[in-house]
Design a protein around this ligand. Structure first.
Ligand code: DQA
Length: 145
């Protein structure tokens, strides 16, 4: 199974960015542990601060991988272009947030991409990504039945 994790803007600063909200682990450290926990899954990782680059990456892999775990950062709340992109792909996309966006400022309560995603996971810290991998494994099993 091949899963692509995609992180959007400012998520390259994980570990240093507002640690009270996003924790003190870098994504690279977390990713090492996640890959070790799923030796049978190929987990690829991409991060960009640029909306168009996120779209390019999703178009590139969205017809060949088994699922995408997407934390679109602040583009979650603004991007119709990302919503259109997600709708265009074959691979299911799970929207992920580290923080519980519904406990935070009101502008974070609305997502432009949830309606195009297979599901949404938020509020479990970095463990949100593992939960999304589990969700994609579940979807793949269902599809094979
Ligand atoms: C985030 C929540 C977004 O509102 C914010 O803009 C981010 C991170 C999260 O993972 O909790 O950059 O997606």
């Amino acid at each position: 199974m091949k899963i692509q994790i995609i992180n959007g803007p400012n998520l390259n600063l994980l570990g240093r960015r507002e640690p009270g909200i996003y924790g003190s682990s870098s994504f690279d450290d977390y990713l090492q542990k996640l890959r070790a926990a799923y030796p049978d899954v190929e987990i690829n990782y991409y991060q960009s601060n640029i909306e168009g680059e996120l779209i390019d990456k999703m178009q590139q892999i969205g017809f060949s991988c088994d699922g995408i775990v997407l934390n679109a950062g602040a583009y979650t709340h603004t991007s119709i272009a990302l919503q259109d992109c997600i709708r265009s792909l074959q691979a299911p996309v799970i929207e992920v947030h580290i923080s519980n966006v519904h406990k935070r400022e009101e502008f974070r309560h609305h997502s432009m991409i949830s309606c195009a995603c297979a599901g949404v996971i938020c509020g479990f810290g970095l463990d949100s990504y593992r939960l999304a991998v589990e969700a994609l494994k579940g979807l793949a099993t269902q599809a094979a039945e």
